[in-house]
Design a protein around this ligand. Structure first.
Ligand code: ADP
Length: 610
């Protein structure tokens, strides 16, 4: 119930739509009802059943009042006049005309209420989708381990879709269908109190049976959405890893994995459908059974002249009652849709409710200038339970280049990730100019930093926009200048549309070295005080490595840099080299000092020169 109200709450800025929707729906229902009540005078004319007493009564104009009686009386008054002046055929014409007008109006209002609902739905879904996307993009980096990606994508697409479907049916069920049932029942009660009482006793029995079925649906719905999430996941991995899959002849493996998940999904859905699809035929069957019961009970009453209804009224009564079956059916089948929507809603809200682990303090201040140093003070870090960094103490003075080297898995990337505050240390602190990172706003510290990683992250956009990423007002001159410094200008102007060339999904139309030089151009344009280079050249061949390394050297001039390097030759001239092993700093010094030390660095160096 809480989830349901929360989804509806997304309609809150749309209050103005609601009265409009309610008005149109009510008018649609009322004109629909009028159509059926007009059947009575129609039959009366056709079968010549008008009573003398009624005629005398209808000759007078009724006193005005907002009641069904007033309107029936009014209709009958004019109807009588027309019968008397134009004869039976004339009155038949009159009734048919009124029916046509009223059918037109009822359908017009049904249409208007439906499009109002469509607008509400579109806006609710838009807000919900923006909310979850905004939330996801604000979450800390640690949230996005790979296995979650497909699941997250599924939540943002499929689950929101599911909620969309459930909201439509639910708004109808919450308002329109019950209103239809109530208004129709009022009409039935005014026609025959006793008969309607009888039908009311029969209805709850069928209602109970249907609600029993739908109760079991929600669990299945959740399983189904989770399975869909895993399918998207496999899809994502397969599409991005196609090269490896082909190289390792691993197609049977992924196909089999996909097959298993798709099978599971199919099974869950079949089992869900068994219950889901039962609701509608079952309610139809029970509805018609109720009608049969009324026919039997009411028909006997009419036949014995034991009722307020005459034959034509009884007929109209049955017709109106049968109209209640449709909204009743809609309500019962909507229950199952709502269960599915709620399961999805909960999956969406669990993401929206995730608190970002990295958030600004209330009194965080903006970092304006970087003047002295980056300092690690007794820093300890763990991802889950395993300690990855132990008691790190390190100072990177402004303007210096510090290189991190060591065996892989030693914690180099993790240490670098602490500087832009992608993670917070478990113990100790990272300081900028002596102030803890946590006392600054994250946006202000990140605006001082440029990051180039091994895997250049580019977006499906033009070269220009990829360089100007995050700098909306970048000028063409500045972008070009950055590209020149990054050794990228030449290949860019050789591309079909120059700076406006689209580079494809994740830059797939570029070579590795070109992608990397675009990443560097991006960092040059940002002109950061602090640079973090994480194995920026290790994925490249030596020709592009030379170009990239040259670009990096230009980028690093007059900046404070933290460089993670696999190839030690690239960092020989660093001001300080830090050797990290198993999360601990084991050696520090310049290249020559470390070689003299004859320790791990020397060993790594010898291995590489061999
Ligand atoms: P390096 O950069 O020196 O190769 P990393 O900092 O990448 O080392 O990794 C250090 C350790 O932390 C490794 O044991 C690695 O398995 C672990 N690790 C890295 N990233 C994560 C993560 N997102 N979740 C859990 N463990 C991680």
């Amino acid at each position: 119930m809480k989830t349901y109200l929360r989804i509806l709450a997304y309609a809150r800025p749309l209050r103005r739509y609601l009265p409009q929707y309610i008005l149109f729906s009510l008018l649609g229902i009322i004109f629909g009802l009028i159509n059926f009540t007009l059947l009575k005078p129609l039959f009366d004319v056709l079968f010549g059943q008008v009573k003398e007493a009624d005629i005398a009564q209808y000759r007078q104009m009724p006193d005005f009042g907002l009641s069904i009686d007033y309107f029936t009386h009014l209709f009958n008054h004019y109807f009588l006049q027309i019968t008397e002046t134009h004869g039976k055929v004339g009155s038949l014409f009159f009734v048919c005309l009124v029916i046509v007008v009223s059918v037109f109006l009822s359908n017009l209002f049904v249409y208007l209420s439906s499009i109002t609902l469509a607008e509400i739905r579109a806006k609710v879904i838009r807000s919900l989708r923006m909310d979850i996307f905004g939330k996801v993009s604000d979450l800390h980096l640690g949230f996005f381990s790979d296995e979650r990606k497909g699941d997250l994508m599924s939540r943002i697409t499929n689950d929101v879709q599911e909620v969309e479907n459930s909201i439509v049916s639910s708004l109808k069920v919450v308002f329109k269908e019950p209103a239809t049932i109530i208004i129709y029942f009022i009409a039935l009660f005014t026609m025959s109190f006793k008969l309607t009482l009888f039908t009311l006793i029969l209805l709850p029995i069928s209602g109970t049976i249907i609600s029993e079925i739908t109760k079991r649906l929600k669990k299945k719905a959740r399983q189904s959405q989770e399975s869909l999430g895993r399918i998207v996941n496999i899809l994502d991995e397969t599409l991005s890893g196609m090269r490896v899959i082909k190289a390792f002849n691993a197609r049977p493996y992924v196909v089999d994995k996909f097959d298993q998940e798709v099978n599971r999904y199919a099974n869950i859905n079949v089992s869900m459908a068994h219950k889901n699809e039962l609701a509608s035929p079952l309610s139809q069957f029970m509805g018609v059974s109720v009608v049969a019961g009324i026919l039997l009970y009411g028909g006997t009453m009419v036949l014995n002249n034991n009722s307020a209804l005459d034959a034509s009224e009884f007929f109209v009564y049955i017709v109106i009652f049968s109209q209640i079956l449709n909204p009743a059916k809609a309500i019962s089948s909507a229950f199952s849709t709502i269960q599915r929507g709620l399961a999805s809603g909960e999956r969406i809200f669990s993401v929206i409710d995730t608190k970002p682990a990295i958030a600004d303090k209330a009194d965080a201040k903006a970092m304006t200038t970087f003047n002295e140093s980056i300092t690690f003070k007794n820093v300890q870090f763990k991802y889950q339970d395993e300690t990855v960094l132990k008691d790190i103490n390190l100072t990177i003075p402004k303007g210096k280049t510090v290189a991190l080297v060591g065996p892989s898995g030693g914690g180099k990337s993790t240490l670098a990730d602490l500087v832009p505050r992608f993670y917070d240390p478990a113990e100790g602190e990272v300081l900028l100019d002596g102030v803890s990172l946590q006392d600054y706003t994250t946006a202000s510290i990140r605006s001082k930093m440029g990051i180039v990683t091994q895997e250049s992250i580019l977006f499906n956009d033009t070269i220009f926009n990829n360089i100007a990423f995050g700098i909306p007002d970048a000028s063409a001159e500045n972008v070009e200048q950055a590209a020149r410094i990054a050794n990228a200008h030449d290949f860019i102007i050789e591309s079909p549309q120059g700076y406006q060339t689209e580079i494809g999904d994740r830059g797939s139309r570029l070579s590795g070295g070109q992608r990397q030089r675009l990443s560097i151009a991006r960092a040059v344009l940002k002109n950061p005080d602090i640079l973090i280079l994480d194995e920026a050249t290790s994925a490249l061949d030596s020709e592009s490595e030379r170009l990239v390394q040259d670009a990096l050297n230009k980028l690093m001039q007059n900046r404070t840099s933290l460089v993670i390097a696999h190839r030690l030759s690239t960092i020989q001239h660093a001001d300080m080299i830090v050797v990290l092993k198993h999360g601990e700093i084991v050696e520090t010094g310049s290249h020559t000092e470390l070689l003299q030390l004859n320790g791990l660095y020397k060993k790594l160096n010898t291995m590489q020169t061999l």
